[in-house]
Design a protein around this ligand. Structure first.
Ligand code: MLT
Length: 393
């Protein structure tokens, strides 16, 4: 018996698990500390009322023999795939329902999709980056190259001549920096992927935070993307589904490599290894895409963006460099006083009882940076902002 020794190359624990451990240890040692958590991007607003109603109605259906549902289609119920298709239509993207696969969230599919690709492929990942892209490839033993996101390129790295990649990860609006690719920039990536015969794995989990009609919500708004991209999206941040679990992955018809339609491989994979998202959750997700659902969910997104602006305001007052918060729930700030990321994490936890995420946890380029989220409760966010001003002013 041999273990998958690639796991030995991973850091001891997943970034957010490490943070949770450190905060728990601090809390234990300082039981009176009133800690405000602006670390992991977990939502705090309750589910939208129309979503709750849909869940209740679906739960009632499950309690009646005539309307009970057992196993559903592995790729998701038609009613939800159609709703997602129509939602894409609202920003000008035409999809077929059978290109949409319902999942339990983007994180799972971002990892699972790698089964479709050879372990010899080379992977290009932005740095800083959501750690799941790197860790899942390390688990497979796939070589990862990094492209630097810096203040100079606005944390939106672009293709570089001479760099060869088979799989390219892009996340826009970006986690952790909040940076958003423009249409022109995404076109450069699509052209590059087509030239290289590469596949772009596009994480659109934060698309609902985009507040400017000129910015793309989906890679499929870009000509040529249907031949070179897979998109992952989630209702976690859009509709507060972090605990409810529902997302969707789009694999277009035209995406073929070595004469194989990747959509077919993905369907084969899902029908074998996934039994679908629960009926009740899919009915809840369908309600998100109704006019009233979108309205209610957008109010929550607005609330989170206002929280981000509260934090941004204080950083402005303190003359601390930051980006994000405009089309994103995340504020990406420079650690003050030349502190390292983890040093600032400890400082803020100890002096202000505020938890954030050290930039170094998102990659080497994140060292010296720190992420705060707008996903907190309004009063707690205001209090955290006051404390920041206090300890850094
Ligand atoms: C984050 O804090 O980066 C996110 O919550 C992670 C996730 O969505 O899995």
């Amino acid at each position: 018996m041999k273990i998958n020794a690639n796991y030995l190359s991973l850091s001891e624990s997943y970034l957010f698990t490490e943070i949770a451990h450190r905060v728990a240890a601090y809390s234990k040692a300082n039981p009176d500390a009133d800690i405000i958590k602006l670390g992991i991007g977990d939502v705090t607003r309750p589910l939208a009322p129309v979503v709750v109603e849909a869940m209740k109605a679906a739960a009632a259906e499950m309690g009646q023999a005539q309307t009970f549902h057992g196993y559903g289609p592995e790729q998701g119920y038609g009613f939800l795939r159609d709703a997602v298709r129509d939602y894409y239509g609202s920003f000008g993207v035409t999809l077929q329902s059978d290109e949409i696969f319902i999942s339990d969230g983007a994180k799972s599919d971002l990892g699972n999709i790698l089964e479709l690709f050879s372990k010899d492929n080379t992977v290009l990942v932005p740095d800083p980056v959501y750690p799941v892209y790197v860790d899942t490839n390390v688990m497979d033993g796939r070589p990862v190259q990094f492209m630097k996101g810096t203040e100079e390129n606005g944390f939106c790295p672009l293709p570089k001549e001479g760099v060869k990649a088979d799989l390219i990860y892009l996340c826009s609006p970006n986690n952790p920096t909040g940076a958003v690719y423009t249409r022109e920039q995404l076109q450069q990536w699509v052209n590059y992927a087509l030239e290289q015969d590469a596949v772009i794995l596009f994480d659109a989990a934060y698309e609902s935070f985009i507040g400017d009609a000129s910015l793309p919500h989906s890679i499929f708004e870009i000509p040529g993307a249907r031949r070179c991209a897979i998109e992952f999206c989630s209702l976690s941040k859009t509709a507060g589904f972090t605990g409810t679990r529902c997302g969707y992955t789009v694999v277009p018809q035209e995406l073929e490599r070595e004469g194989v339609q990747l959509k077919k491989f993905w369907l084969r994979r899902q029908t074998t290894k996934f039994n679908g998202t629960s009926y009740v959750v899919q009915r809840a997700a369908q309600a998100v895409f109704t006019p009233e659902g979108l309205k209610q969910c957008r109010e929550n997104v607005r609330y989170y963006k206002e929280n981000a602006q509260i934090i941004a305001g204080v950083l402005g007052q303190l003359h601390i460099f930051f980006t994000g918060g405009e089309h994103s729930p995340y504020i990406w700030m420079k650690c003050p006083r030349g502190m390292g990321s983890w040093e600032f994490f400890d400082f803020l936890l100890d002096k202000a009882h505020v938890v954030g995420t050290p930039g170094a946890g998102f990659g080497g380029q994140g060292e010296g940076f720190f992420r705060l989220t707008g996903f907190g409760d309004r009063e707690k966010t205001k209090e955290a902002a006051r404390r920041l001003l206090d300890v850094l002013g």
